[in-house]
Design a protein around this ligand. Sequence first.
Ligand code: SF4
Length: 91
Amino acid sequence: MFPEIEALAKNNPRWSNKNPMVQKYGFHDGPNAVEGKVTKCGTCELFISIRPGANKYFKCRLRGVTHGTGTDHRVSYDACAHYKPKPEEVK
Ligand code: SF4
């Protein structure tokens, strides 16, 4: 981890969320951020679910979609700087 990222992590309680895209690009704090509410990946247009078999897996299209657990993504992750609201989320 880069030293400046580590410093950010220590001072930011949201860091415990551990979204790898946030570690790479930073948090979503753009105009679509809802006041007083942390934007989550679950409302992002790039957040998808795939069902290759009986089970469903969540992925971030920007992060990459593989057939392994390495790219599994969580609905509850804090959104990264590339957040794009799903059309139904735009108000
Ligand atoms: S692009 Fe969207 S789904 Fe992917 S990490 Fe960023 S906010 Fe989450």
